[in-house]
Design a protein around this ligand. Structure first.
Ligand SMILES: NC(=O)c1ccc[n+]([C@@H]2O[C@H](COP(=O)([O-])OP(=O)(O)OC[C@H]3O[C@@H](n4cnc5c(N)ncnc54)[C@H](OP(=O)(O)O)[C@@H]3O)[C@@H](O)[C@H]2O)c1
Length: 315
């Protein structure tokens, strides 16, 4: 699989497609079939060339981290582990003491002495200045508890507040053929600074795989149904009307994929990777078959004609 670097002079060499473990939490996409099946999916991805797994303290309130811990227990050398701390009240909180407590708890669940990348999951809205939190992240990196530190769901302005305190190694934001907001300005800006970009929901949470039809009924406990949490709005990509339109675009991507002898998901992931020299795709799954096929996307280079055809579909 093709690789790119995270950190100064590309210090950590990572596969361009990695394994996403939000699903493994078992509380947002319907329950896990079993821990063993999820571990099998992680192993399938690693065996097929992925060399990192992305998790978070909030995924299943620690369940995902525990499963990742099981998956890497006998193959730590083959897998970099990335996790995140979230603001209070969903997560541990962003005060320096809370972040320190959070990484200790995550390391305990993962069964590790250090993580390879520690990330702020989303900006704090409780009034804790990002400078204070970022100072602690940088200290954790200096102390060796995290080899690299990054942010998620951050924009340029927030990163510019962090940078004077210490280097931001990575940004993890939503990015796919359906959500291209970061494409034109943010990605080139990050590339100039050699900040890695980890694209989440690169297959638009399943829409860009061809596996979801327009008449699909999501389980009530699947966040995509819009019924999992009464406080949450119906997710935009899955809102009636928008959803059917998105599935129709995915169908057109599927036709192109067939012509090229590949799959819809592979093309969606390869497009994300082709978006900038510092982009990585986080492919979420609990299926060994899907993980294997997603890893193969990291070996596909798309030529300019194909990229133009894809752009014509997604405008
Ligand atoms: N930082 C953040 O705020 C944030 C937010 C969202 C996600 N993330 C991270 O990004 C990762 C990926 O994003 P995501 O999970 O939201 O969306 P995604 O990777 O775009 O899509 C995942 C969905 O696609 C299905 N799928 C995957 N590969 C497939 C294939 N080859 N064929 C058919 N279906 C396939 C999965 O089901 P199966 O299990 O059946 O494969 C799952 O339902 C997460 O796991 C998490 O690590 C971060």
């Amino acid at each position: 699989m093709n690789r790119r670097g995270i950190g100064p002079s590309g210090g950590m060499e990572v596969s361009v497609v990695g394994f996403g473990a939000w699903e493994a939490g078992g509380d947002a996409w319907g329950p896990n079939e079993s821990d063993e099946r999820v571990v099998e999916a992680m192993h399938a991805g690693l065996d097929a060339g992925m060399n990192w797994i992305d998790t978070a303290e909030v995924y299943g309130k620690g369940v995902s981290e525990r499963i990742v811990g099981k998956a890497v227990a006998d193959r730590r050398d083959a897998a970099f582990v990335f996790t995140k701390v979230a603001p209070s009240s969903e997560g541990s909180g962003f005060r320096p003491d809370q972040v320190r407590e959070a990484i200790r708890a995550s390391l305990g669940r993962l069964g590790l002495d250090f993580v390879d990348l520690y990330q702020l999951h989303w900006p704090d809205e409780t009034g804790i200045p990002v400078e204070e939190t970022w100072g602690t992240m940088v200290a954790l990196r200096d102390e060796g508890l995290a080899r690299y530190v990054g942010v998620s769901n951050f924009d340029r302005a927030l990163i510019e507040r962090c940078e004077p305190i210490g280097r931001v190694d990575s940004v993890q934001n939503e990015y796919s053929l359906l959500i291209q907001g970061d494409r034109r300005e943010f990605l080139p800006w990050l590339a100039q600074r050699n900040i890695a970009y980890l694209a989440y929901s690169p297959m638009a949470a399943g829409i860009l795989t061809g596996a979801i039809r327009a008449d699909h009924v999501f389980r009530d406990d699947d966040w995509r149904s819009g019924r999992r949490d009464p406080d949450e709005e119906h997710p935009e990509m899955f809102r009636p009307g928008a959803f059917e339109e998105n599935v129709s675009k995915a169908d057109r991507l599927g036709e192109l994929a067939e012509k090229l002898g590949t799959t819809t998901a592979t093309l969606a992931l390869a497009w994300v990777v082709a978006s900038s020299p510092n982009t990585l795709a986080i492919a979420g799954s609990r299926s060994p078959e899907h993980a294997r096929s997603n890893a193969a996307a990291g070996e596909l280079d798309l030529d300019p004609d194909v990229l133009a055809e894809i752009d014509a579909i997604f405008g």
